[in-house]
Design a protein around this ligand. Structure first.
Ligand SMILES: Cc1cc2nc3c(=O)[nH]c(=O)nc-3n(C[C@H](O)[C@H](O)[C@H](O)COP(=O)(O)OP(=O)(O)OC[C@H]3O[C@@H](n4cnc5c(N)ncnc54)[C@H](O)[C@@H]3O)c2cc1C
Length: 421
């Protein structure tokens, strides 16, 4: 067995490779094909899937070097962060062959169709129905409604959970599909939020077609694979979209900037969703309230919460780099980000006073303060609410008795709340 290289060796190797291969005059696609072939695209993934089987900690070294060279990396978003890791883990091989590489090169984009009007926290209560397609050999036909689907308006494919067996208990009758979004049976309608943005959509499926072989994992085993996606989503909760530079030179850089501008458009308000703890002290000085003892106390609370969360995340990163399996930090980090966002919004409200409710560019901090007030509630809902995170922490980390879930073994069609049979 060969041991993993150390950080210095990896840094030197990727640096040499970038010096010989990074060329901004290539098209974005050509560059990413080169990156995928080299395995530096996704260093912690298997070699046959654009990776090098390196520990996650060394992937961070590679990312640093790509950024230092001013080169373009893989695309960000649901594809790389949720779809590809789920398909890698659960297969089948046919889906890996079809989707991993075009996701890495940015040729295709993804969204997540999990939540429904009657199934959010109780995701296993979903009623979107998929049946075998009588016309297409091995395919499926799906009808139902999904909601709160970020980026569904420009995604090529969706990660879709649908019920394929209404006679099975609710967690066992679900199948996980890859749904092509561009087809007559799929209608996407934007939803306007109270902060003025429209990041989410409702997605209506009416006899939509799913090709044969587009099942992730096993038919009826969608819940297990869905949990993998949710675990990856929780780890994303504390990330902020990066600032997108507008380069003028280099085709690959220009195409990457255009791709990022489209991909991040639904997320422009996410910094405000996190409560902007980074702005709290600056705002207290700006508003002339930094000497007020009550405000100082709130500011210090925000800063201490933010720092302890950062240390927990750093501990988790070090543990991963040392090859230890993911620990409780995902759920704890998500809950911490809700607490920080609420504490920061409270501090901003105290600092700014009633003027913080004014919207528009001529209001406090160019409208950012009111945007914070209207965006912060989302952080404790997206990717599983705070209450659900507490249940996960209680059951899976602290070892408390499991929620009795009285309908856990009842055939789904016999559960009173299910309406679509
Ligand atoms: C910014 C954002 C982005 C999102 N993006 C997507 C996306 O791309 N794709 C997608 O599929 N979904 C997405 N969602 C939806 C999100 O996953 C759901 O909103 C979330 O799971 C909560 O479901 P719900 O809205 O139906 O609320 P409900 O489940 O109806 O919850 C309402 C309230 O009841 C509480 N509650 C419910 N059950 C329990 C329980 N058992 N114990 C204690 N309290 C409970 C909840 O904590 C909450 O306070 C997004 C949401 C947001 C805010």
């Amino acid at each position: 067995m060969t041991s993993a290289p150390d950080a210095g060796e990896v840094r030197a190797e990727v640096r040499g490779w970038l010096a010989a291969n990074w060329d901004p005059a290539l098209s974005l696609r050509e560059w990413r094909e080169r990156l995928a072939d080299s395995g530096w695209a996704c260093p912690s993934w298997p070699r046959e899937w654009c990776g090098r089987d390196l520990p996650a900690g060394l992937a961070a070294v590679v990312a640093e070097e790509i950024s230092r060279a001013g080169a373009v990396s893989t695309p960000d978003g649901v594809g790389m962060q949720m779809a590809a890791p789920t398909i890698l883990e659960h297969g089948p091989e046919e889906l890996r062959r079809k989707f991993i590489r075009p996701t890495v090169t940015g040729e295709i984009t993804w969204c997540q169709l999990f939540s429904e009007p009657g199934a959010g926290s109780d995701l296993a209560g979903l009623t979107t129905r998929a049946t075998r397609d009588a016309e297409g050999a091995g395919g499926w036909v799906v009808s139902g409604q999904k909601v709160w689907n970020t980026s569904a308006h420009h995604a090529d494919f969706a990660l879709l959970l649908a019920r394929t067996d209404f006679g099975a208990p609710k967690h066992r009758g679900i199948t996980y599909f890859v749904l092509p979004m561009h087809q007559p049976g799929v209608e996407v309608r934007p939803l306007r939020q109270m902060n003025g943005y429209a990041s989410f959509n409702e997605v209506f499926m009416e006899q939509a077609r799913i090709p044969a072989g587009h099942v992730i994992g096993e038919v009826g085993g969608g819940w297990k694979a869905g949990l993998t996606t949710l675990a990856h989503e929780r780890r994303l909760a504390t990330r902020r979209p990066p600032a997108v530079a507008q380069p003028t030179d280099g085709l690959a850089l220009r195409e990457a900037a255009a791709e990022a501008a489209e991909a991040y458009a639904p997320y422009v308000w996410y910094p405000q969703r996190a409560g902007r703890p980074d702005l709290v002290a600056e705002r207290a000085v700006e508003a002339g309230t930094a000497a007020d003892p009550l405000i100082r106390q709130e500011v210090v609370k925000v800063i201490s919460l933010a720092w302890t969360a950062r240390w927990t995340a750093q501990r988790a990163a070090v543990a991963r780099a040392a090859g230890r399996p993911p620990g409780p930090e995902g759920s704890l980090g998500k809950l911490a980000s809700s607490n920080i966002a609420r504490a920061a919004a409270r501090a901003h409200a105290l600092i700014t006073g009633p003027a913080g409710l004014l919207a528009g560019p001529d209001s406090p901090h160019h409208g950012i303060i009111s945007e914070i007030m209207l965006s912060v509630p989302a952080v404790s809902i997206a990717g599983g609410t705070d209450q659900i995170q507490r249940t996960i922490i209680g059951e899976r980390i602290l070892g408390f008795p499991r929620d009795p879930g009285p309908d856990r073994d009842t055939p789904f069609r016999d559960i009173p709340r299910a309406t679509d049979r």
